[in-house]
Design a protein around this ligand. Structure first.
Ligand SMILES: [Zn+2]
Ligand SMILES: [Zn+2]
Length: 221
């Protein structure tokens, strides 16, 4: 058995009990990178840790757009998570994509009636990176997904300031026929929930085109 993150062979003899009941398939080193967010005390809007009530950011979104996202995030966006996402997303170490496939499968099971829609990269970004970092992870789960949105934007997200992102115009268009999303439930999937702006753009467009419900799931918050 190999570590689902770094792919190193797990040296210890894995018992059946560990195989079936362990909460991850990561080695001791990689296990420490991921801190799960306790859902019982996370913000019901954005999934922020330790905010059992709707947080002030979510209340602002609600005022501005008239809805709350209902985002679910698996892990805290902390130093450990950055130690995973930087080599994966920015250096392009594609082997790391299975790091939390177990947790991802479990989380997605809660959205059985939803269409799964990873946020798309711009064409330029996709060509430079060679893969969509969210699709890479989803490809190892037992669920299928569809790019219901496509984007055209000039600068990649991580080079923008927080203010720039909040000001940004709608970067998405519906990809394909609108009938696909009309009266459907859609789960937007992204790697990190930062301001929420990009996810809200996606949700706004999907609602405008007739989606019934839009929620989101991110790997980290
Ligand atoms: Zn490992
Ligand atoms: Zn919130």
């Amino acid at each position: 058995m190999r570590c689902s993150c770094c792919q190193k062979e797990l040296i210890n003899n894995v018992t059946l009990r560990e195989l079936f009941f362990s909460s991850s398939q990561r080695c001791y080193h990689c296990e420490k990178l991921f801190s799960k967010i306790d859902q019982a005390t996370a913000c019901p809007g954005c999934g922020r840790p330790n905010s059992a009530e709707l947080c002030s950011d979510c209340r602002l979104w609600q005022q501005k757009l008239g809805f709350v996202m209902k985002n679910y995030s698996l892990f805290r966006y902390d130093d450990g998570f950055r130690q995973w996402i930087e080599p994966y997303k920015f250096t392009g170490d594609y082997r790391l994509r299975g790091a939390f496939v177990l947790e991802l499968n479990r989380a997605l099971q809660n959205y059985r009636s939803y269409l799964f829609c990873p946020l798309p990269l711009s064409k330029e970004r996709f060509e430079k990176r060679g893969f969509n970092q969210v699709c890479g992870c989803l490809d190892l789960t037992k669920f299928s997904y569809e790019l219901l949105l496509r984007r055209s934007e000039l600068a990649p997200q991580s080079e923008k300031s927080r203010e720039d992102r909040l000001r940004m115009e709608q970067p998405f268009q519906i990809n394909g026929p609108i009938e696909k999303i009309r009266n459907q439930k859609v789960l937007l999937i992204d790697d990190v929930y930062t301001t929420g702006r990009t996810l809200f753009h996606g949700a706004e467009l999907l609602y405008e085109k007739g989606a019934e419900t839009v929620k989101s799931l991110t790997f980290a918050r």
